[in-house]
Design a protein around this ligand. Structure first.
Ligand code: ADP
Ligand code: MG
Length: 261
């Protein structure tokens, strides 16, 4: 909590920035060269809200969530994260990244560092936590994802499901306000999917604001406040999970659900 209070103090709220949403995306457009990958995206995510983002491969889901922590730039529109407007100002980009945890499909752990070192690296070097405190925090979150006994191993010695739980713990060690997940279970063997989803369900129940790209529709039904369907760079439908699954409105949503359910 102390680290979070400090980070709020460090950054100024500039004129025109608002704090009412965890993430506010307005009129977002992005091109890769001549190819338009995101078309007029509008989405507000309330604090504590869980959004599931789904849609066919290539529809722009990864690009959209990568824009939120500025792993991708965009050419038009605005994006505000926890009251911080994303501009080209590098200081602001750092401020945003401090608030946002990200979990990728392929874990992206540092292979030459132990599990514990993976979890303490950024807290020590970015958050400037003393080492003992970073270790204590890391062990706390490794216990929460139920693998404290793996702390001194290297990523290559763990199963895929265990590595993904480390990736979640590592993100949580930075005390993020928002967690982004990009298909966190799609690279896992089927028997490991559940253990990762259980960790994510617990995180959702604790009130974390989550934006998650996934095709795990059981998980979506369980935790989502809203499901967002994207196709060809556009948001075509946003609905509560019950309505989304029982009565999808857009023909392309119906087609998509018909293929995956
Ligand atoms: P999704 O995550 O929904 O599968 P992506 O956001 O990864 O979709 O990609 C959306 C589209 O943008 C795809 O057509 C993809 O080929 C294209 N794309 C993604 N990254 C790049 C890039 N760096 N340069 C050019 N095109 C890209
Ligand atoms: Mg993707």
């Amino acid at each position: 909590m102390a680290a979070r209070a400090a980070s709020a103090r460090e950054r100024k709220i500039l004129p025109g920035e608002q704090n009412e949403y965890a993430v506010s995306i307005r009129g977002l457009n992005k091109w890769y060269g001549a190819f338009q990958v995101l078309r007029d995206i509008n989405l507000d995510v309330a604090t504590g809200e869980k959004i599931i983002l789904c849609g066919p491969s290539g529809s722009g889901k990864s690009t959209l969530i990568r824009c939120i922590n500025r792993l991708e730039i965009f050419q038009a529109g605005s994006l505000t994260v926890d009251g911080i407007k994303l501009t080209d100002d590098l200081k602001r980009i750092d401020d945003v990244r401090r608030e946002v945890g990200m979990v990728f499909q392929h874990f992206n752990l540092f292979p030459h560092l132990t599990i514990l070192e993976n979890c303490t690296l950024a807290p020590i070097h970015v958050r400037k936590l003393p080492k003992e405190q970073a270790v204590e925090t890391a062990m706390h979150f490794l216990k929460r994802v139920r693998i404290p006994e793996q702390a001194d191993k290297y990523p290559g010695q763990l199963s895929g499901g265990q590595q993904q739980r480390v990736a979640i713990a590592r993100a949580l060690c930075m005390n993020p306000k928002i967690m982004l997940f990009d298909e966190p279970t799609s690279a896992l063997d089927p028997e490991m999917v559940q253990e990762v989803l259980e960790t994510m369900v617990e995180l959702a129940r604790e009130g974390m604001t989550m934006l998650c790209v996934t095709h795990e529709m059981g998980f979506a039904r369980q935790v989502a406040d809203r499901v967002v369907f994207m196709d060809r760079g556009e948001i075509l439908e946003i609905a509560a999970p019950q309505a989304f699954f029982a009565a999808p409105q857009h023909p392309r949503t119906q087609l998509f659900l018909g293929q995956i359910l």
